[in-house]
Design a protein. Structure first.
Length: 138
């Protein structure tokens, strides 16, 4: 039964999986599919620099969210900013050798993201199958 369920879940389209399993951060609970889509599309837009994206997300929240959702967004945003600063502080305290390695790993992460971004949906699906639960592991 579990294997059958996993098999069926692996075959769901990305849109269906998002709808069932991931409704975004807490401030998006109770929002329409269209509102969630606007936030998701903006967040995933790699053409917008991070700092500009944060500003646009804040503007979108002010425009689309009700009072309770906006309060939840502000808590979420403050926590995101706190953890980001905390991480930057940890990075700044790394030894020179560790910082060098961190920079290399960060560049690899960015390169991997760029490769995935440039893949066609067909290639992305094909590569994704390599890592699905039902793929035989070598």
């Amino acid at each position: 039964m579990l294997i059958t369920t996993i098999f069926k879940l692996d075959r769901l389209s990305p849109e269906t999986r998002d709808r069932i399993f991931h409704h975004g951060p807490p401030f998006l609970r109770g929002t329409s599919d269209e509102v969630r889509k606007q936030f998701k599309d903006l967040w995933k837009d790699k053409s917008i620099p991070y700092e500009e994206k944060v500003i646009k997300i804040r503007e979108l929240a002010e425009k689309l969210l009700n009072k309770e959702q906006l309060a939840e967004f502000k808590k979420f945003d403050a926590e995101r900013e706190r953890t980001r600063k905390e991480f930057a502080d940890k990075v700044s305290k790394l030894s020179p050798k560790a910082k060098e390695v961190y920079d290399k790993l960060e560049n690899l992460r960015k390169e991997k993201a760029k490769i995935y971004e440039e893949m066609s949906p067909e290639v992305r699906a094909e590569i994704g199958q390599l890592f699905s639960r039902n793929s035989p592991k070598v």
